[in-house]
Ligand binder design. Structure first.
Ligand code: FE2
Length: 466
C-alpha cells in the first residue's frame, strides 16, 4: 500500500482529502503544520507528499524549499494543494520540482488522477513548446512546467534544431507561425531519425473543421484550441503521453517476444544440426575404411554451393543433406560394407539399396524434406544410367547432382577397402571424362576448378567436420 503524507491546516479540507484517499486504499497520515511535516518525512518513508500552499506557520512553497535542502528528504515527490492560483506560486513550485498543482476544493476523481499520476512518474517528461509569441511560450512554461520539463523554441527552424539536439517526449506546436508554419515543421519532424513516432499536439486559435482535418492528416495526435483551459490542456497532454507509453511498451513486448522466438529458432536449428551430425557419425563409424566420408562429402558439397552463389540457408541445407547422403548404409551388413575384395552381383545390389533405404529413413523428417532427396538420388547419373530411378539431367534434384560429384571425388581421393587413394591427375581426368555423362557438367566444372586450385592435393581427407 502506498503511503501519502497530507499537510493542510484546514481541518475540514484535511478530513475530506484523507477520506477520499483512504477510500482508494492509500495509507494516509495527516498533519497540520510545517514542523510536523518535516518530522514525519524524517521518521518514515512516504511515496508522496500532498502539500497545501497556505499553511498557518509557514508557506507550502517555503516548506518545499526547506525539504529540497535536506539531504535525507530532498527527493520527496510533491503535489501542491491550493485555493490560490497566483503565478508566482506556480513558477516557484515548478522550480522546486513539484509534480502537480491541485486546485481546492478538488473533485475526488481529479484528486485521485493527480495522485495516481504523481505516483507513477519516475522522471518528469519533457515537452518542447514551439510558438513565435514569447508571451505564449512564457505562459506555457508556467502552466505546464508544474508537471513537465518545458523547453521552448521561437520558430520552426529552432524547434527542429532542438529536436535534433535532444528528443523531447512531446511537441506542442503552434499552427500559425511566420516562415515555417506548424504543418511544415511537422513534416520535417517526421524526417528526423526517431521523429516519426514523436507525439505532436497542435495549438491553434482556428475554429474550423478543415483545419482540424488538416492537422490530423499531418499526423498530429491531438490539438488544443487557444486560449486554452489549463486543466483541459494538461489532460490532453497526459492522454497523449499515456498513449505513447502504451505504444512503446507494446512495441517493447513485441521486440522481447520476437527476440525469444529468434533465440528458440536458433536453438532448434542447432539441435537439428547436432542430431544430423550425430547420425552422420554413426554411418562413418560403421564403415571403417571410409571414416569421415560423410563429413568430407558435406564439405565439398558446401564449397560447390559457395561457388554456385547459394544463399546462407541453401548452403546450410546442402551441407546437411550431404552429411546424410549415405545414411541408408546403416541397414547394409558390415561384411559387405567392409569387404576388401570384389563384390558379387547380389552384394552390389545390396549396396545399391542404401539409396532407397536412406530415403525411407529420412522421408519421415517432414520438416526437412530435402534430406531424403540427397540420399535417394545421389547415385543417379546425368545421362540417366544411374540408380535407383534412372533419372536424368535436371530431373535429378540439384542437391543430389552436387552430392554425386562431391561423393565421387571423395571415393577416388581417399583410401578404400580395396585400393589406395588415386593420384590427383587421375581423379581430375575421371571427373573431366565423365562430365555430361555421369556428372552435371556445370557442377563438374566447379569441382575441376577446386582441384586445379588445390595444387598440393591437400583437399582430400583435409576435413575435420563442422
Ligand atoms: Fe552413396
Amino acid at each position: 500500500m502506498e503511503k501519502i503524507l497530507l499537510v493542510d491546516d484546514d481541518e475540514m479540507s484535511l478530513m475530506v482529502t484523507e477520506m477520499v484517499l483512504t477510500e482508494m486504499k492509500y495509507e494516509v497520515k495527516s498533519v497540520m503544520c510545517g514542523k510536523d511535516c518535516i518530522e514525519s518525512l524524517k521518521s518514515d518513508n512516504y511515496d508522496l507528499l500532498l502539500l497545501d500552499v497556505e499553511l498557518g506557520d509557514t508557506n507550502g512553497i517555503r516548506l518545499l524549499e526547506q525539504i529540497r535542502e535536506d539531504p535525507d528528504i530532498k527527493d520527496t515527490r510533491t503535489v501542491f494543494l491550493t485555493v490560490s492560483s497566483q503565478r508566482e506560486d506556480l513558477s516557484e513550485a515548478v522550480r522546486l520540482g513539484a509534480l502537480d498543482f491541485i486546485r481546492k476544493p478538488a473533485l475526488p476523481e481529479q484528486l485521485l488522477r493527480s495522485v495516481r499520476d504523481a505516483l507513477s512518474i519516475s522522471e518528469k517528461e519533457t515537452i518542447l513548446a514551439v510558438d513565435d509569441e514569447p508571451m505564449n511560450l512564457m505562459a506555457t512554461e508556467e502552466i505546464f512546467g508544474i508537471r513537465y520539463n518545458v523547453r521552448t523554441a521561437g520558430s520552426g527552424e529552432e524547434a527542429l534544431e532542438e529536436i535534433e539536439r535532444e528528443r523531447p517526449d512531446l511537441v506542442l506546436l503552434d499552427l500559425h507561425m511566420p516562415g515555417m508554419d506548424g504543418l511544415e515543421v511537422m513534416s520535417h519532424i517526421r524526417d528526423i531519425e526517431g521523429g516519426e513516432n514523436l507525439p505532436v499536439i497542435f495549438l491553434t486559435a482556428d475554429d474550423d473543421a478543415d483545419t482540424e482535418a488538416e492537422i490530423f492528416k499531418a499526423g498530429a495526435m491531438d490539438f488544443i484550441r487557444k486560449p486554452f483551459v489549463m486543466q483541459v490542456a494538461l489532460q490532453r497532454i497526459r492522454h497523449v503521453l499515456q498513449l505513447k507509453h502504451l505504444q512503446d511498451s507494446m512495441q517493447e513486448e513485441v521486440d522481447r517476444k520476437t527476440e525469444a522466438i529468434t533465440e528458440n529458432n536458433r536453438k532448434i536449428r542447432n539441435l537439428s544440426r547436432q542430431v544430423i551430425m550425430a547420425l552422420a557419425g554413426t554411418i562413418d563409424a560403421k564403415d571403417t575404411y571410409t571414416n569421415g566420408h560423410s563429413n568430407r562429402v558435406a564439405e565439398y558439397a558446401h564449397e560447390i554451393a559457395v561457388r554456385m552463389g547459394k544463399s546462407e540457408q541453401e548452403k546450410l541445407e546442402i551441407y546437411s543433406v550431404a552429411l546424410l547422403h549415405d545414411v541408408g548404409k546403416i541397414g547394409i551388413p558390415l561384411s559387405i560394407i567392409n569387404k576388401p575384395g570384389k563384390l558379387t552381383d547380389e552384394e552390389f545390389e545390396e549396396i545399391k539399396s542404401h539409396t532407397v533405404r536412406g530415403y525411407d529413413i529420412l522421408k519421415t523428417i517432414s520438416e526437412m524434406p530435402e534430406l531424403s532427396t540427397g540420399a535417394r538420388w545421389h547415385h543417379e547419373r546425368y545421362d540417366g544410367k544411374g540408380y535407383p530411378d534412372r533419372k536424368s539431367g535436371e530431373d535429378i534434384p540439384e542437391v543430389a547432382r552436387i552430392i554425386c560429384v562431391a561423393d565421387c571425388y571423395d571415393a577416388m581421393s581417399s583410401d578404400r577397402s580395396y585400393r589406395k587413394a588415386l593420384p590427383q591427375d587421375v581423379v581430375r581426368s575421371e571427373i573431366e571424362n565423365n562430365k555430361g555423362t555421369q556428372f552435371d557438367p556445370k557442377i563438374a566444372d566447379i569441382m575441376l576448378q577446386m582441384i586445379d586450385e588445390d595444387k598440393d592435393y591437400q583437399m582430400r581427407g583435409d576435413t575435420d567436420g563442422r
